[in-house]
Design a protein around this ligand. Structure first.
Ligand SMILES: [Cu+2]
Length: 388
């Protein structure tokens, strides 16, 4: 081996080692398929890559062979014809063409057609429905038949994001409320958005669908193994696009049934808590919690906002103004109205769907009595229930 070749070999090995150790996280192929669709996609990918790769190598080898062997320095003379003339030349041109057509339309076409049709068929034998709504910057999940809905929010601590703490194992891929689903059932998903285009993507499911405001789009999954599956919003959707992960927890049918029962009990408890009289301390404590989880991303923990994009709530006329009029009706563009209904055309969205009566009452109470605001009044969940 020449010195150069030895050095080259040693260098390549070192580089491989470096890449291998530093990037242990990067995978070079698809994740293990967890649904029939993902398996189909992987199959189509492998088949195409193998055939396309083989053709590439054959054609490239032929070109290299022709260039090396027929070079001028070896005494070869260029041919002078410009178009195929003999029957043999015509056949040698048409045959590869026909071969490629066959590969494209038959060998690639049939499995691709099968995969695409199967991807689009979310209705046949669907056993349950989940609605997925993208919203800057969180996912809202609804189970219409089970009458359950909740919001799923990123839980990665701010310190990790700002490099003040080491990154956790599931950095930016962890949420408070994962989407819980049963294994072995064909689940039909319906997706939409409240603001801009988002995209619900779980690589192991072989599924990625844009969530588009004003449209309902569909996809499906039958999850084969219990486990935690992670994904992300895959459509650039604004400043916190990287902060709206998808986490799916696939469980057995009995576990799923138990989860549904627990969730329903929690809804009943929330309804009961909307009817009880809350103390101001209870409202303030819950309000702080809701505010920091849901509102602080824009209005900031200290209520100063990020003007001009996100107004300060400290000293805001809306926050300090009345939210019900003398007849007990909701004040239009008042504090509660703004939080319940949002403001069309701005990033301030309606929270009436994603927050409960108690959460809404608490967060409004908190804003009226924090950041230097001292309105002094407080909002009961029963009031919100009546006014929404
Ligand atoms: Cu998004």
């Amino acid at each position: 081996m020449s010195r150069f070749r030895r050095a080259f070999a040693a260098g390549s090995l070192a580089l491989l080692g470096l890449v291998g150790s530093a990037q242990a996280e990067i995978r070079w192929t698809f994740p293990d398929p967890a649904t029939p669709l993902a398996a189909d996609t992987l199959h189509v990918h492998n088949l195409f890559m193998t055939i396309a790769g083989t053709i590439f190598i054959l054609v490239f080898a032929l070109i290299m062979y022709s260039v090396m062997v027929h070079r001028k320095s070896k005494g070869y003379k260029a041919a002078t014809f410009t178009a195929p003339r003999t029957a043999k030349q015509v056949a040698l041109t048409l045959l590869p063409f026909a071969g490629l057509l066959y590969i494209d339309y038959v060998v690639f076409g049939i499995p691709a057609y099968h995969a695409v049709l199967s991807y689009e068929d979310s209705k046949t034998n669907a056993e349950m429905v989940v609605k997925v709504t993208g919203s800057q910057w969180k996912w809202l999940y609804e189970y219409p038949a089970e009458d359950i809905k909740f919001v799923s929010l990123l839980t990665t601590p701010k310190e990790q994001i700002h490099n003040q703490a080491p990154k956790g194992e599931h950095y930016l891929l962890e949420v408070d409320n994962p989407l819980v689903l049963p294994v072995g059932k064909k689940i039909r998903f319906i997706t939409t958005s409240t603001d801009v285009i988002h995209s619900w993507w779980v690589p192991a499911f072989g599924v990625k669908r844009d969530a588009i405001p004003g449209f309902l789009r569909e996809f499906w999954a039958t999850i084969e193994k219990p486990g935690i599956y992670r994904g992300q919003c895959a459509e650039l959707c604004g400043k916190d696009h990287g902060f709206m992960p998808v986490v799916v927890q696939a469980v057995s049918q009995p576990e799923f049934d138990k989860w549904v029962a627990d969730k329903k009990a929690a809804v009943v408890a929330a309804a009961a808590s909307a009817d009880k009289e809350w103390t101001k301390d209870e409202l303030m404590a819950k309000g702080k919690d809701v505010y920091e989880k849901v509102c602080a991303a824009c209005h900031q923990t200290n209520g100063q906002g990020l003007p001009p994009a996100f107004p300060a709530l400290a000293g805001s006329a809306i926050v300090k103004g009345p939210f019900v009029d003398n007849d007990g009706r909701l004040v239009k563009d008042g504090h509660l109205d703004r939080v319940l209904n949002g403001k069309t055309g701005t990033a301030m969205q309606a929270f009436r769907e994603s927050l409960s009566d108690a959460e809404l009452a608490a967060v409004v109470t908190y804003e009226r009595n924090s950041f230097g605001n001292t309105v002094g009044d407080f909002v009961q969940p029963s009031t919100v229930k009546k006014l929404r």
